[in-house]
Design a protein around this ligand. Structure first.
Ligand code: ATP
Length: 435
């Protein structure tokens, strides 16, 4: 039986992924396949942190198993196949009290949704939830149509994310190992976190672990939640083996570890070649730079590109740190592809591809056409020869070397979105071929 939950935490605490581990623990049921952490449209305003929904298939396990976690001292195993072991209503009756017990129901913005279904749901709903905006009515209509059962707690907005999690097929897939301590772990000193994050970076296929330039150990959450750390990777075996051993060897007080499959790092949120741009959607568009980049207070950078027939403003905001050094070196004429979310007329760039560089010309005083001596610049296009008095308006242009080369540029790890796929992933290693 497939179960999905969403919208249980607030910025003050809890994490829906931890709640899922609690449900698994209390259910006494087997896990079939891997549990999934499914990120959805990163621009929805009512998200708490990363707009993630959770799903798991619970039942009676059959076939081969593999260890996908540890709860206390007990290994947690996932079965390759399984059969039904609980009725829909019974699963909901078991899960709802756990959600009510752990969810941050005192927070206005926490509106849990639980969805249970005997099968996965049609994929189309996932694509709408990861790229577009949906309403509660959309989710209810979809769930009724496909015979899924659901519970809304308070406003119950979480059924949108839960329905989407049950529709995710994992065409492109990565993995994340999460370690927990309830209600939260103790903060570790920065140097310890940096060295652990650097060590995690040695696990094959892992990504977004550490940002040395910005002294940011990205495997650690920035807020106090039951999540102590999370290591993301493209190779499940490496996380299940070396990853789990490493976390255990760190002697960080933890109660549970669980490895999830995920759509993180897949670019699933990006709409390619759109017809028009709408707020709160993320796009990939290609255009020509038509203005020189400029900055405003707070050190945010902007410039305009010509996309189709329209001028689109693109931005590299302060949190993108050294990426702004790349951004500010663009010049009119550069052909670029930008990836980013659109809001109030501006694309917030999360990565860019400088496809074709424009030539940069430097201006200097010309040589005198009469006597070939260097002319003097008297300003405003007035060049005069000090030797023979000849005058000329046109300067001498030379092509200047640009330090910015053509290629792919990601924002640094500290500024990366969960869903954003770093350029150095190759299509084969993300798993599957996408859609
Ligand atoms: P949590 O860990 O509790 O899930 P979060 O950062 O993932 O925290 P939520 O608190 O779940 O964010 O808030 C996101 C809310 O937005 C959920 O209620 C979810 O159902 C809803 N949601 C997700 N995707 C969409 C979408 N595309 N359109 C509208 N609502 C959405």
């Amino acid at each position: 039986m497939y179960l999905a939950i969403d919208d249980t935490d607030s910025s003050r605490g809890m994490c829906t992924t931890f709640l899922l581990t609690e449900i698994i623990e209390r259910s006494g049921l087997d896990i079939i396949g891997m549990p999934a952490l499914v990120r959805l449209n990163p621009t929805v305003p009512f998200k708490t942190r990363g707009n993630g929904a959770l799903r798991v298939n619970l039942g009676r396990g059959e076939g081969q198993t593999r260890r996908i976690g540890v709860f206390g001292n007990r290994p947690v195993r996932a079965f390759q196949h399984g059969s039904e072991a609980i009725a829909e209503r019974d699963l909901i009756d078991m899960v709802e009290p756990v959600v009510r017990e752990f969810a941050e129901l005192g927070d206005d913005n926490t509106n849990p949704g639980i969805v249970v279904s005997r099968q996965e749901l049609p994929e189309e709903f996932y694509w709408r939830a990861v790229q577009d905006f949906l309403t509660l009515d959309d989710a209810e209509e979809f769930l009724r149509k496909h015979g899924a059962s659901y519970v809304r707690i308070k406003k119950g907005r979480g059924i949108i994310g839960s329905a989407a999690a049950l529709s995710w097929r994992g065409g492109r897939k990565t993995y994340e190992l999460l370690a927990y301590r309830y209600p939260h772990g103790e903060p570790l000193p920065l140097d310890r976190r940096m060295s652990m994050a650097s060590e995690a970076n040695t696990i094959p296929g892992t990504f977004n672990n550490v940002d040395r330039n910005n002294m940011h150990a990205a495997i650690f959450p920035s807020e106090k939640t039951p999540v102590i750390l999370g290591i993301r990777g493209r190779d499940p075996e490496a996380l299940l083996g070396q990853g789990m051993d490493m976390v255990t060897s760190w002697n960080v007080d933890h109660d549970r570890i669980l490895v999830y499959e995920s759509n993180q790092g897949t670019d699933d949120h990006i709409i390619e070649n759109p017809v028009k741009l709408q707020d709160y959607h993320t796009y990939r568009i290609t255009g020509r730079v038509i203005s020189s980049p400029y900055s405003i207070r707070g050190s945010h950078y902007f410039c305009n590109i010509l996309w189709k027939e329209s001028t689109v403003k693109i931005a590299a905001f302060e949190p993108t740190k050294e990426f702004r050094q790349i951004f500010r070196q663009m010049i009119p004429g550069d052909m670029i592809t930008v990836y980013g979310s659109f809001s109030s007329g501006t694309i917030n760039v999360e990565k860019l591809d400088l496809m074709r560089r424009a030539r940069l010309y430097g201006k200097s005083s010309p040589a005198c056409p009469a006597c070939h001596k260097p002319m003097e610049n008297h300003g405003n296009g007035d060049y005069r020869c000090p030797t023979c008095g000849e005058r000329q308006k046109i300067p001498h242009y030379t092509v200047v070397d640009r330090s910015l080369s053509e290629g792919h540029y990601d924002v640094p790890v500290i500024a990366r979105r969960h869903l954003s796929r770093p350029f150095d992933f190759s299509a084969q290693t993300v798993g599957g071929t996408g859609r």
